[in-house]
Write a protein that binds this ligand. Structure first.
Ligand SMILES: Nc1ncnc2c1ncn2[C@@H]1O[C@H](COP(=O)(O)OP(=O)(O)O)[C@@H](O)[C@H]1O
Ligand SMILES: [Mg+2]
Length: 329
């Protein structure tokens, strides 16, 4: 595996605010890497530095071997971006939006149509290619933005809270496309989200809070940090069952609200043993696995609150500056 994004000791201060505080990480080529953290954690600031829109106060970052500060044109050529907010031209058709993007990135004329058609097919919007974007739903617009972001065949795609403001069905739908991107379009994905369940699709996650990375690992590795699984069991006679579980399986079991509660490291492997041991006495079994929410709660003592996500103003400003710089560079 090769690291396609390398970040070392990156710090960004805005006056007295340290938005990003000495973070280091690597993203392996062809993987989905997730930045998970609450509002104000420093996710967008990090993306802006990686996308060459902001200079760090100290530390460094590179994409595909190109320094994000010193070689910004090479970095920009290799990246695609989907911002939190919509940046499509609503008066143009879906096709025209992608065509405009292909001019901006000097996609060879002979390849334009093929790439645009492929991208539209990929996100399921080919049939709607001649409709103006103002007729599109929120989910369709976001899908079109994903299509647009891959037209110039970037090596790395940045997605900053791409599902913000979408209904649950559109969110699921969008994640289906996104999770297929590394295989189908040979792209590495760097995404941010404050939705714990969305981070589950990542190969690796960095949890960021107050500018610092407080944990990194695969979703499974992170969940192991908060301990194992819990099995909840209902039986015909909980007192007798608890005695039996302790005697035969050497497990700790307690009764809580009419259910037997058993903490184990591998719940799926334990359930068959419990059922064998207790046989007909079992009424119901359920397995509870730790979530990324539990991980965040354990590390920070607080939950990530989806309703507290930043408004659009900061974001619109960053899009404007992105466009300005891009048009120039
Ligand atoms: N241009 C800026 N000027 C001053 N403070 C900023 C600026 N951009 C971000 N910040 C501050 O930096 C911190 C991190 O912000 P941001 O990276 O947008 O977090 P996130 O994307 O995780 O919500 C916040 O405290 C935010 O208010
Ligand atoms: Mg943000």
């Amino acid at each position: 595996m090769t690291a396609i994004i390398t970040v070392e000791n990156l710090t960004k201060k805005f006056g007295s605010i340290t938005a990003v505080d000495g973070i280091s990480f690597e993203v392996q080529e062809g993987t989905i890497f997730g930045f998970l953290g609450p509002n104000g954690a420093g996710k967008t600031t990090t993306i802006n530095i990686l996308c060459t829109l902001l200079s760090p106060t100290s530390g460094g970052a590179s994409i595909d071997g190109h320094d994000c500060m010193k070689e910004s044109p090479a970095v920009r050529k290799n990246i695609g971006i989907v911002f939190q907010d919509n940046t499509l031209d609503k008066e143009l058709t879906a096709y025209e939006n992608l065509l405009f993007h292909s001019y901006l990135y000097n996609v060879p004329k002979t390849e334009r149509k093929g790439r645009i058609d492929d991208a539209l097919n990929f996100v399921g919007l080919y049939e709607r290619k001649d409709d103006t974007v103002k007729k599109f739903s929120g989910g369709m617009k976001r899908r079109l933005e994903v299509a647009r972001s891959i037209i110039h065949q970037p090596k790395v795609l940045f997605l900053d809270e791409p599902t913000l403001g979408l209904d649950p069905q559109s969110r699921t739908n969008l994640w289906e496309f996104i999770s297929e991107l590394p295989k189908k379009h040979a792209v590495t994905i760097f995404m941010t989200t404050h939705y714990m369940e969305e981070a589950e699709i990542c190969d690796k996650i960095a949890i960021i809070d107050k500018g610092k990375i407080i944990a990194q690992g695969s979703p499974e590795e992170l969940k192991k940090m908060v301990g194992g699984d819990v099995i909840y069991l209902k039986t015909r006679n909980n007192v007798a069952a608890i005695d039996e579980i302790k005697a035969s399986l050497n497990l700790d079991a307690e009764e809580k609200n009419g259910e037997i509660f058993i903490s184990v490291s591998k719940g799926d492997a334990c359930i068959p043993k419990l059922i064998n041991t207790l046989a007909d006495a079992v009424v119901s079994v359920r397995l509870q696995r730790p979530t990324l929410n539990d991980v965040f709660l354990k590390l920070t003592g607080k939950a990530i609150r989806p309703e507290a996500v930043s408004g659009g103003d900061e974001l619109k400003e960053s899009i404007r500056s992105y466009r300005k710089k891009f048009d120039r560079g």
